[in-house]
Design a protein around this ligand. Sequence first.
Ligand code: ADP
Length: 734
Amino acid sequence: MSEHYVKVKIHVEQMKSFGEDAEKQGVDAEEEEQVAVSSSPPASVSPDPPSITIAGRDVSNTFKHRGKSRIKMGKDDKNICGKHSLDVSLHGGRNVNKLGHERTLHIKGTGKILQGKNNENNGVSMHPSKNIQVARCEDGFKLARKRRPVTVDTSKAKTSLEALRLSIRQLKWKEFPLGRRAPCDIYWHGVSFHDNENIVSGQVNKFPGMIEMLRKINLSRAVRTMQELFPEEYDFYPRSWILPEECQQFSTQIRMVKENDASVNPTFIVKPDGGSQGDGIYLIRDPSDLKLMVGSQAKQAVVQEYIQRPLLIDKLKFDIRLYVLLKSLEPLEIYIAKEGLTRFCTEPYQEPSQKNLSHVFMHLTNYSLNVHSGNFVHSNSQSTGSKRSLSSVLYRLAAKGVDIKKVWSDIIALVIKTTIAVVPELRVYYQAEIPPGKPGPTCFQILGFDILLMKNLKPVLLEVNSNPSMRIEHEQEMAPGVFEYVPSPVDEEVKVGVIRDTLRLMDPGHKRTSISNLRAGGLDHGEEIPMEAEPQDRSPDEGALPSLCLKQVYPKYTKQFNYLRLVERIAALFIRFLGVKGNMRLGPTAFRTFIRTCKLSNSNFSMASVDILYIDITRRWSGTMADSREAGMGLQAFVEAFFYLAGRRFKSQPLREQVASLLELCEAQLETPPPGGEERRSVSCSRALPRSIRTQTLPNPQLSSPGPLRRAASQDYRLHQRLKPRSLRANLEN
Ligand code: ADP
């Protein structure tokens, strides 16, 4: 147990002995922590929540108020080796101290303490010596003078502009608010990759296709594919059905569940596909209450199991907004912000009943809705009000005896697994937009994960936002009808830290370890990925900045999660056979080439059967896509075909093993064609029949994903359907 935990625990016990109530304990534990942090560097264990607060405090200490932060940065210019050397050593000390302890993570289910690299701690900053600091400062000063400032095009930043501008100032980089004729190092877009056209170099803060991939239907599809392969690992996403096409299955399944057990009375939440900020969301208790049409058009939506027993604080439901940086697709690099936000409902929670289903202030945590409730509390403090820092909530839970280390490691696992689910399709978009060989920018993106904690503390993924709001002010009614934008300290503290540290990580001056041994689609299970030089190894001109609030979780935890990256390897095959640059769909000839090259046809599975398989799957998929602009087989249809082929060839194995075996076979064919090319014969073949029903044992059939249930329930099931990505549509930030 870290020193910090001991402190929190002792404090809580003291409070208990004074007989104070649990609520008060939480608040005071938070205050205690402030004292602890400011007096001595805590021996925190990252990714433990204590380091969350350190990051937050670092930011708040140095950049608490916008005005102040500007003055500070001005002083830093002159004083790089003077007054601020104290700050440098303090931050450095904390940083190294943290690093020295941050290499363990308890991952749920494994019962293991995971060990990471432990060799960054050079001891220099542990015992900061003035001489070393001075030397570092002098070097840094020379370097800072030599290096030209990083240039950032902010002309399309929209509502993130304010936070971005503060970040750029803190970094002493150069902003181009109107864009620039010469290329910039970084382009900051407010909506999508395409906000600025024709960027051929530098880095853009959006990935092509991210908006589409994170829409509710596509995210549900991507997670469902992973649930089919790894049902237990992906049980953090509520059971979901796609409307309108799965309406019938939804009704049938719910009827069956209710018939089996009359005491079961589930609630469902219906969310429009392109919706955000709670728009168009409603709760139902019976499938007949679905509103399927808008005018004469069928509504695209997801209907999802409603989590009836969320964790409450002050009797209120709340959710977590966690910022995640997808730094690179290949190699996959994921960072999680140690500090986040929590958004509270404004009406005390009650389990859903017919009476309260429409009480949005009770059931929906969206800021955009609750801000209109008379009970909404704008707060200057991080630990009270309707929007609070994540660390304050975690401390409060710790004070009540919650194992927040476990909560945090479960959250990290959820983030990594979700990212692994969406990366395959993103890779297809990426190669279509920036084909290998074509000049183009590289991409990174900050994502907003919305997570609910269940009463039993299990984190549940609600959605992922491709454009999380980076506003650092909020509208306030100063007098009746008079609204003004006022700074929101909690937003500023969290969001400026996230943007600034994203920029630091994307600094083109930072050296990256080259990763040459990446196979298409990922690494072998258990294979180590060389780590990027830890970003805590700051460039000398970053000396006065707080330690990074973003923590690398991938490739750091590659060993624990790499085995999940099967679909990504299927995507790599798909991309390989796409052929014409810029394509996202496989034509029939390319599909045949794939089958031939990988030697998947034989006397039992003729090329005629291959054609039928292609036509069958592709036709059904194009039927679900009214707005399809490109004909052919998309990735999700290809994945379906791949699962089918794997099922035929490796019959009696579980799906994930079938798929892994077929992947190995295909990859081997592509890398080292065997001399003579002897075809392996599959055991049986008939016309394009669906793969056999998988015998995945699910702990509770009521909670299983609809795919397996549907297949099990239907005598005459067809290859399950997935939706193809929708056409580009800029969604609102949320
Ligand atoms: P939007 O993009 O419109 O904000 P969300 O998926 O985030 O849509 O849902 C809005 C709110 O509804 C969430 O912030 C959460 O409070 C609540 N919510 C969403 N899904 C569930 C669920 N499955 N169970 C319980 N509450 C949910």
